[in-house]
Design a protein around this ligand. Structure first.
Ligand code: GLU
Length: 266
């Protein structure tokens, strides 16, 4: 009797294994994301919405900016229409999760390519680059990162700046914010003495408000990439996006987007 049970169990396992080998049930083979996007006819793009001039709501509540323009060009390459895009707001703290769970197909959000992030998600080739900088009040005595000991320094949760500060200024009091708007308010009302992030992102505050200044030194290199889910299902999508970025770079399209948005006139 016992023998029979053992034989039956082995037989069952064998049958299941053969079933998986021959039929490869759909849900165990992840579908190619590029095919899904082509079938759907629209690409879901995660984008920052409080990060002028990269991703923000204009007065008609439409998402505009450098990253939005880039998304429309990518849609033109992949789907032959700049309007084949659906934008989904993301934050620096949740965008890795949103792209790896498939809630969005890609993230275009001033996202720095780093080796740590590469362990979890994939990136396109870089399309631009920034450097970490310090924004302070115009009257501030802070001149560089060396003056930050015991000072309150604001970072946005989930950014590279948040991580880098542990090495760059270990004696500073780091205060995290959910977004740039609240971090900036804190700088204005004295709750923090400096705000640190990419120069490209912080510059906008200087254009809008002369009571703050951006210090000249840059502390890191932040190459921006389009984020994708890691794995075989996004390989073709990545190849096509990389091709699009390189082609746009060759044709100076990215340069034009950069000039349009990073000159302070928006
Ligand atoms: N480039 C920085 C990062 O990837 C800042 C991005 C952001 O604030 O969206 O963390």
């Amino acid at each position: 009797m016992k023998k029979l049970a053992v034989i039956l169990t082995i037989l069952c396992i064998l049958l299941v294994a053969i079933y998986f080998l021959i039929f490869k049930p759909e849900k165990y083979v992840e579908k190619d994301l590029y095919d899904t996007i082509l079938e759907r006819g629209v690409i879901k793009v995660g984008i920052n919405t409080d990060s002028k001039p990269f991703g923000f709501f204009d007065k008609n509540w439409e998402i505009k900016g450098y990253d939005a323009d880039l998304a429309r060009y990518i849609a033109q390459y992949l789907l032959k229409s700049p309007n084949a895009v659906e934008f989904y707001p993301v934050t620096p703290a949740n965008r890795m999760l949103k792209v790896s769970t498939g809630e969005v197909d890609i993230v275009i959000a001033t996202m720095t390519i780093t080796p740590q992030r590469r362990e979890v998600i994939d990136f396109s080739v870089p399309y631009d680059a920034a450097g970490q900088a310090l924004l302070v009040r115009s009257s501030s005595k802070i001149k560089s990162i060396a003056d930050l000991d015991k000072q309150n320094v604001g970072v946005v949760f989930g950014t590279t700046a948040e991580k880098n500060m542990l090495n760059l200024a270990p004696e500073a009091n780091i205060i995290g914010f959910r977004n740039y708007r609240t971090a900036y308010q804190a700088l204005k009302n004295g709750k923090i003495d400096a705000l640190t992030s990419d120069d490209t992102i912080l510059s906008r505050f200087v254009y809008e408000d002369k009571s703050v200044k951006l210090l000249p030194k840059r502390y890191t290199k932040e190459p921006y990439g389009i984020a994708l889910k890691k794995g075989a299902s996004t390989r073709r999508l990545k190849e096509n996006i990389d091709f699009a970025i390189k082609d746009m770079q060759r044709k100076n399209v990215i340069l034009r987007i950069r000039r349009k948005w990073l000159n302070g006139a928006y």
